[in-house]
Design a binder for this molecule. Structure first.
Ligand code: SF4
Length: 400
């Protein structure tokens, strides 16, 4: 089963705070509830690595590796499921086969190739990182943490992933999966992956007496990611199937106790720490057709989905009065909606907003009469099916 892989907030990608376990001279000592038999631990992890190597060799980013392909896959996999990334990884590399090709591309080309993966900020960060590596390191991806972090677009997590998975150097890239599995294994109180102290503690356990850090860092990180999305998920622990079951602290307690300390309820508490309450947003999307073409406008800097095109869109109502992403619906358009006519609607979401989209189709003459074109600069007629039209996912949904 290939389900969610990472749950790391995109903001973590540009986290510029203290580099855990790297700048700190003294690593925080972790008080474990039981004394570890490190030799046994290492043996269990060797089994875990073997299981992962045998079970998941087919993942496309594992069949042919170089640091550049790891950079692409690691950024794609943040907040996107493994099956989805499997569909986009090779086409993206086909378009940008080298880091230099990616650095040369325009932002629009990169966003078009990213279409379908969502969270477009990651595409911009990847693009910025490629340009940084080309400008500063002649297209090579360095091995040391500080150099990696000095490149725009590379945060702590990605720097650790490039060191461990890209270069196979001792490092751990702690996302929600790793944080959860290692907390269960070592019997630690669960904490979110964004907790720097917790990440530093996990790192100190990884480096403890060189038992775990002497294993292949690449295989170590990837096997924990594999375990975190299969047998040891946030909602379910299938300890009977797990290669770590012999020495896992969570597996050594009763099922009731395990569920209480590490199960879904414990994960939900962590999610609450991270999640903001969703806000309701109602948008009117105006569809104006002329033959095979439609009217769309390009999103500008400071707006959501910058660089992409959307149908002319207005805010009808929103829980967040400060939201300025779209113009507020003008009276003459609102009146059309308030008449008791049933309009087609569909739901989407972006960041913390749950969106109800109301689709309003009108003729070009009506559009002109209502004076709506004045609300949008960069408005043009486009062919929606052409990839270069770069229509947003919500606008594409509106056309279905
Ligand atoms: S034994 Fe159970 S709790 Fe421990 S790592 Fe495996 S699945 Fe998770």
């Amino acid at each position: 089963m290939l389900t969610k892989r990472y749950h790391i907030p995109v903001d973590e990608l540009v986290d510029s705070g203290e580099v855990f376990g790297m700048k700190a001279k003294v690593k925080p000592k972790v008080k474990l509830k039981v004394k570890m038999d490190w030799k046994k631990t290492k043996r269990d992890f060797e089994q875990l690595l073997n299981w992962s190597l045998k079970t998941f060799p087919h993942l496309p980013w594992r069949t042919h590796r170089e640091p550049y392909t790891t950079l692409v896959s690691e950024i794609m996999l943040q907040q996107t499921t493994v099956p989805t990334v499997m569909n986009y990884f090779h086409p993206f590399l086909h378009k940008f086969p080298t880091i230099k090709a990616l650095a040369r591309a325009s932002e629009e080309e990169v966003l078009i190739a990213w279409k379908g993966l969502g969270y477009y900020r990651r595409a911009r960060l990847l693009h910025a990182a490629a340009r940084g590596f080309v400008e500063r390191f002649e297209g090579k991806i360095p091995t040391d943490f500080e150099s990696l972090k000095s490149v725009s677009g590379i945060g702590d997590y990605t720097a650790h992933a490039l060191r461990s998975i890209g270069h196979d150097l001792p490092s751990i890239s702690v996302d929600a999966n790793l944080a959860r599995v290692l907390a269960r294994y070592f019997g630690l109180d669960p904490k979110p992956a964004s907790d720097k102290k917790f990440r530093a503690q996990l790192e100190s356990l990884y480096f403890e007496n060189n038992h775990l850090s002497s294993l292949s860092a690449r295989d170590f990180n990837e096997s924990l990611m594999d375990l975190g999305r299969t047998y040891c998920t946030a909602s379910k622990m299938q300890c009977g199937e797990c290669p770590l079951q012999k020495s896992c602290q969570a597996a050594s307690v009763t099922e009731t106790e395990r569920e209480k300390r590490y199960g879904k309820a414990a994960s939900d508490i962590l999610k609450k720490v991270k999640r903001e309450k969703p806000l309701e947003l109602h948008l009117i999307r105006v569809l104006v057709k002329k033959g095979p073409q439609i009217l769309a406008y390009q999103k500008e800097k400071g707006e959501w989905l910058v660089g992409q095109r959307e149908l002319p869109t207005y805010i009808l109502k929103c829980d967040d009065e400060k939201l300025k992403q779209y113009p507020v619906v003008p009276k003459n358009l609102e009146q059309k909606i308030s008449k008791k006519v049933k309009f087609e609607t569909f739901r989407t979401s972006i960041t913390k907003y749950k969106i109800t989209n109301i689709l309003l189709e009108m003729k070009e003459e009506e559009w002109m009469q209502l004076g709506l074109k004045n609300h949008f600069s960069k408005l043009s007629w486009i062919s929606p099916k052409a990839p270069e039209s770069n229509l947003s996912t919500a606008s594409l949904k509106a056309l279905k």
